[in-house]
Design a protein around this ligand. Sequence first.
Ligand SMILES: *Cc1c(COP(=O)(O)O)cnc(C)c1O
Length: 399
Amino acid sequence: MKVAAPEPSSVSWHDETTVLHGDASLSIDRSVVPPIHYSATYRADTAEQFADMANTPRHPGFYTRYGNPVHKHVEAILAGLEQTETALLMASGMGAISTTILALVAKGDHVIAQRKHYMSTSKLFEEVLPRFGIESTIVDQTDTEAFAAAIRPNTRLIMVETPVNPTLSLTDLQAIGDLAKARGIITVADNTFASPLNQRPHTLGIDIVVHSATKYFGGHHDLTAGAVCCSEELAQKIWSMHITLGSVLSPMDAWLLLRGLRTLSLRMERINANALALAQWLEQHPQIENVFYPGLPSHPQHALALRQMKGFGAVIAYSLKGGFEATSRFVSSLQLATHAVSLGGVETLVVHTAAMWASTMTEAQMSTAGIEPNFVRMSVGVEHIDDLKADLGRALASL
Ligand SMILES: *Cc1c(COP(=O)(O)O)cnc(C)c1O
C-alpha cells in the first residue's frame, strides 16, 4: 500500500521507504542520522522571534515540553505510516491515550468504550472519567449494533481497540467510523496490537489513532513512548492538554524510538510470518486446547480480520489442556521465550495471564474478563521459527 510522504514532499512512498526517509525533509545539517537535541530550552535572537516561538503551537524548538526536534522526526514517520496529517509523541502509550481523551471530553459529555481494552484504558473510561462528570457506556466490541444503540444526543467520543486481549477480539473499524461520522462523534482507535503496517484505522474512517510506541515502534523492549496520529486541528487541541499534563518523551528515548522505527517494516514482516506459523503449529498440538489469533480461520472474526488487516501481528493467545498449575509449569520451563510482559519487540515474550492478575482479581472476576486459568499470551519475536517450535514443543512435552 502506498502512503503519502509528510510535508513538504508530495511523493507517495511504500511503508518500507517511509520508515527510512519519511523525516528527510526535517534534516537541518549534513548528518545522516539526526542528532539528539538535548536542550530543554531554546534561544531567540530577537524579541520578535521569541514571541513567534512562544506563540506557535507545537514549535519544535522553544521548550522541550512543547516539542523537540527529535520528536518531529518520529512524528513525521508515524503520520506517514498512519496516513494522518500529523502525529504527536508522548512519554508512554497511556500518556497518549489519557491526554487525548482528556483533551476532547468535558463534564456532561457521554462516551462509549469497549468491555475489553488495555486494562489502564478500561480504568480511564470506567473509573476516572465518571469522577469528572463524564458518563461511559461499555459495549461488546464484536457487536456493532451495541455501539449504535449506545449513542445518545450528548455522545462525544467512541474509543475502540482492535485486536484486544485476552482472546484477540476485533472491532469493525469501518462500521464504527461510519456510524460516528454520520453523527459528528469523534472516534479514537488504539492500533497498538496491529501496527499501521497491518492495519490503518484512519483510512477506514477513524479520526484519531493512538499507540503505545513502547511495543512495535520501539521494537526492542528498551523504552516507553506513546503517539497520537490525527489531523493538525485535533493535534493542536490535544497538544494544548499535553503541555498541561506533561507526558513528555525525553530526547534520548525519542532518538532510540527513531532508530527502532528504521527497521519496523523488516521486523513486522518476520513477526507476522513467525506468529502465523506458530499459531498454526500450536493449533495442531495435542496439548493445546484453543488458539486465538486473527490470522487463523478458526478465529470467530477471521473474515473481518481479512477485510481490515494485512497481517495479524505478534500476539497469540492460547489455552493448555490442564489447569493453572500445568500452565504455570509450562511457562516456567520455556528456555527461549522470555517470561515478561509487553509485546512487539524482537524477543519472544510469554505471560501466564491468570498469574498476572492472581493477586488483584478473584477467579470469578477473571472468568468474567475472559481470563481463564490455563491462558497463555505470547508475543512472537524474530527468532528462527524452528527454534521457537522446539522450545514450545519441549515445554509442552514435559507437562
Ligand atoms: C502497552 C499498551 C498500552 C499502554 O502503553 P504504555 O506504553 O505501556 O503506556 C496501551 N494500549 C495497548 C493496546 C497496549 O498494548
